[in-house]
Write a protein that binds this ligand. Structure first.
Ligand SMILES: C[S@@+](CC[C@H](N)C(=O)[O-])C[C@H]1O[C@@H](n2cnc3c(N)ncnc32)[C@H](O)[C@@H]1O
Length: 198
């Protein structure tokens, strides 16, 4: 879906996603020291706010101005506006403009387009030695996903992403039975970690 499609989707409702953070953000980051993070395609910001409440400074980027407005409201409600900033626009363009080079974490959750490996390689340039990129994907399309949806397994991503300065720290699969819809949702989470400087 393009930027306009996402904006229309957010603007058509008062809340598109649930307010809870993604479980894999909680479980993976529990053992990581808080630092500076970017959440790419952050939507209404449930992961951004959760990380900020746990001491991180977080930049959220999304195509949708409506989603970023909701992120700002959620940050205000949680009392973390000093650690949260929102950016509206295309992620690679915002990265190039902001020139971030101090990132301990880049989070990319459920971005389903063909150029995802290239975007990961672009944002990797802003990650410090020892920093991480966490990518969560639906491994298979679900019945309601649009025709333009590109499913990514963790294995496919690891194969396609060229990150010579990084290693794969973990690669996990989560299966969730959606009993009301009679399908199993399969999500892969890959964490790439930048090698420490020699
Ligand atoms: C499926 S939603 C995921 C939202 C959130 N990360 C989550 O886990 O609930 C994908 C989001 O990414 C945004 N998005 C997709 N491609 C983007 C891009 N290239 N630059 C900025 N935002 C993008 C969309 O506007 C949408 O809000």
């Amino acid at each position: 879906m393009d930027a306009q499609g996402w904006e229309e989707k957010y603007a058509s409702t008062t809340q598109l996603w649930r307010t809870e953070p993604n479980q894999f953000v909680i479980s993976h980051s529990a053992s990581w020291p808080a630092g500076t993070a970017v959440d790419i395609g952050c939507g209404e910001g449930h992961d951004v706010v959760w990380l900020a409440k746990h001491g991180w400074t977080v930049h959220g980027i999304d195509f949708s101005a409506t989603a970023i407005d909701r992120l700002r409201q959620a940050a205000q409600h949680a009392g973390v506006t000093d650690r949260v900033s929102g950016f509206v626009g295309e992620a690679a363009e915002i990265f190039a403009r902001e020139g971030w080079a101090d990132l301990d974490l880049v989070l990319l959750s459920f971005l389903h387009f063909e150029q995802l490996p290239q975007l990961i390689e672009t944002v990797a340039q802003g990650v410090v030695p020892g920093g991480r990129i966490m990518v969560a994907t639906h491994a298979f399309a679900l019945p309601w996903h649009p025709a333009s949806f590109v499913a990514w397994t963790g294995a496919d991503l690891i194969d396609r992403v060229h990150l010579p300065d990084f290693g794969v720290e973990s690669s996990t699969r989560l299966e969730t039975e959606l009993t009301d819809k009679n399908v199993t949702r399969v999500d892969d989470v890959v964490v790439f970690r930048r090698h420490m400087a020699q």
